[in-house]
Unconditional design. Structure first.
Length: 132
């Protein structure tokens, strides 16, 4: 971010919500967004990559990880805490303000998602000759 704002690089790839303050301040212009379709609100004028001919969607997610073999009790504790957080009014307001989507997954669902992502990326990188 500092390099693009300082004029040292011409382009930055970052989550849309991260760029939003600089876009609103007129310091950056979004060229395209990797969502499946155009977003609303402050992103309404930003085309999706698909509109520009690139059939690509990239999502940004966050995950909490624990050590291998973590006992079920701490997992259940954090699943309970986080499931309450994503239902809170503060969380919902943050999502609305930043035009984000919430897709909270429990640990088993997260594990399945990450495994699927791993396989997809391994196949892609293999096809490009970048992984075995």
């Amino acid at each position: 971010m500092m390099a693009v704002l300082g004029g040292h690089v011409d382009l930055v790839v970052a989550p849309a919500a991260t760029l939003l303050p600089q876009v609103r301040a007129g310091q950056l212009r979004m060229i395209a967004i990797t969502a499946p379709k155009r977003l609303e609100g402050p992103y309404a004028q930003v085309p999706a990559w698909r509109e520009l001919g690139a059939n690509a969607v990239v999502s940004n997610w966050r995950v909490m990880l624990g050590p291998r073999g973590i006992p079920p009790q701490p997992v259940a504790f954090w699943e309970n805490v986080l499931s309450r957080v994503v239902e809170s009014e503060d969380w919902k307001k943050m999502l609305e303000d930043d035009v984000l989507t919430s897709n909270f997954l429990q640990s088993a669902e997260t594990r399945a998602y990450l495994n699927a992502q791993h396989e997809e990326l391994r196949a892609l990188l293999g096809a490009l000759g970048l992984a075995k």
